[in-house]
Design a protein around this ligand. Structure first.
Ligand code: SF4
Length: 481
């Protein structure tokens, strides 16, 4: 039975970091929990501090000036004091998202909620949820606050001790949040019909966004692989896929009724069992002639890209394509259970080019800063990607509890097992804070820009001209690769 007091406030807090950019980001877990609670009769209010199109911006802050290519764009940025752990990093630290005065305006304008749910994303962004909880406790003293999300899952003890939340939920939140909210609102809920499988839960609900510029899709959770550095298993558990027809209806509905153009897939393993999953989704998009564009900000598995998948991706307007590669090192590829090899990456790019893509419009992820990785491995990997005509997209290692590379970071590199989560920020190269190698990583970043620029200028560093040979020799000598 619903009572008039059953109001739940959902909060997606700010990002605190040296840099942040909105690549179609949405709090999918929180929106999924919102959908579940709404199904049980709760009244849901959402404040998404990262919604660049929130109505509260009004005329004071022009909303749309921040919209950039393909629905991405810059968050508003407010420089803040650096946490003590980052005092030696010579960069400006900032809060990204909705200005605090607008957040206060919003919480001043709503009825007192019965329960507040705050989510958390990257562990090293925890100052965002902390700030939200501080302001919410000030405004709504006595209202219970539940904290969940990735940080709360990976660092639950830290979250319990320091966040200010009354309750911390670890792992998949839908069932746990419903149970806790029911307890706090004094309701007895029949859980017998609650889906056991994640794939059968309601889809994340975007109805709370009056200005919806893009939709984030998660058609599956987890990943069948178990790479040494990846948090997928620790965060998402076993791999599951939603029924393709649910995703088709979701895309159709937002494309037609909300006129959304940009859809970003946030799956860790979008292409697994594509014949029964992604292909029927894309065939439906094509056959229904939906005017949409797709983006894959997470790397997709190159090995799974067949000629047919590449053709359908092109036919259904995949605009942003990023492929997972990580490294050309054979030992590392073996440790990643051969999710990709040099050959499978080359074949994937061939298929995409045949389908109509320009290779230089495709980004390939290369990872740097792993515990047992030298600079030469990174440079060799970058040169291989460039030799295939694709752009290098560097990503930096972040030590994540529950992964094999977390253990290695502690044992081989002396990373403190009890390090503050803020020190897992990948942009500060956590394993190399004190060994003087930071400079090398910065140089590698510049090198990736040079390599990518050469593709844009149609300079082939890998043909057999004297110039190409000279440049290669200099690069390989410089980085001892
Ligand atoms: S394949 Fe990708 S998502 Fe899967 S475990 Fe490896 S890095 Fe993570």
């Amino acid at each position: 039975m619903t009572s008039k007091n059953d109001k739940i406030l959902l909060i997606n807090p700010w990002i605190y970091d040296f840099a942040a950019y909105d690549f179609w980001i949405k709090p999918l877990g929180l929106l999924s929990i919102g959908g579940v609670l709404a199904n049980y009769g709760y009244e849901i209010e959402l404040i998404d501090c990262l919604d660049r199109f929130h109505m509260v911006y009004g005329e004071k802050y022009s909303r749309h000036q921040l919209n950039k290519k393909n629905g991405t764009g810059k968050f508003r940025r407010q420089p803040v004091d650096k946490p003590v752990f980052l005092a030696n990093i010579p960069r400006t630290y900032a809060r990204y998202g909705m200005p605090i005065d607008l957040f206060r305006t919003l919480i001043d304008s709503i009825a007192i909620p019965d329960v507040i749910l705050v989510t958390s994303a990257m562990s090293y962004w925890y100052l965002g949820p902390f700030k939200a909880i501080e302001l919410l406790k000030e405004k709504f003293p006595g209202v219970p606050v539940i904290l969940g999300g990735i940080y709360a899952t990976l660092f639950p003890e830290h979250a319990r001790e320091y966040s200010g939340a009354d309750f911390v939920i670890e792992g998949a939140g839908e069932r746990k949040a419903l149970t806790k909210v029911a307890e706090l609102t004094g309701r007895s809920i029949d859980m017998s019909s609650f889906p056991i499988q994640w794939a059968r839960l309601p889809l994340p609900d975007f109805q709370h966004y009056p200005n919806l510029a893009s939709v984030a899709l998660m058609t599956s959770k987890g990943c069948p692989y178990n790479c040494s550095f990846c948090a997928s298993r620790a965060i998402s558990g076993d791999f599951e896929q939603r029924p393709a027809e649910h995703i088709i209806e979701q895309i159709d509905s937002y494309a037609r009724s909300r006129h959304v153009t940009h859809f970003a897939f946030f799956d860790d393993a979008l292409l697994i069992d594509a014949d029964n999953h992604l292909l029927p989704i894309l065939e439906a998009v094509r056959d229904r002639q939906l005017k949409v564009q797709f983006h894959t900000p997470n790397g997709i598995h190159a090995k799974e890209i067949t000629a047919e998948i590449a053709r359908l991706m092109h036919a259904t307007d995949f605009k942003t394509i990023r492929l997972s590669y990580e490294s050309s090192d054979k030992g590392r590829q073996r440790e990643m259970s051969y999710k990709v090899t040099d050959e499978s990456l080359a074949v994937a790019l061939d298929h995409l080019e045949t389908a109509g893509y320009n290779r230089k419009d495709i980004d390939v992820y290369v990872i740097m800063g792993l515990p047992d990785q030298d600079i030469a491995e990174v440079v060799r990997s970058m040169l291989f990607v460039t030799s295939l005509g694709a752009k290098v997209r560097l990503t930096s290692f972040s030590p994540i509890p529950g992964t094999r590379d977390w253990e290695r970071s502690i044992i081989q590199c002396g990373f403190p097992a009890d390090a503050d989560p803020i020190l897992t920020n990948n942009s500060i190269f956590p394993l190399h804070l004190f060994d003087g190698k930071q400079h090398n990583f910065q140089q590698i970043r510049y090198l990736s820009k040079v390599l990518n620029y050469s593709l844009d200028q149609n300079i082939n560093l890998f043909d057999h001209s004297d110039l190409a040979n000279l440049i290669k020799k200099i690069l390989l000598t410089k980085f001892n690769a």
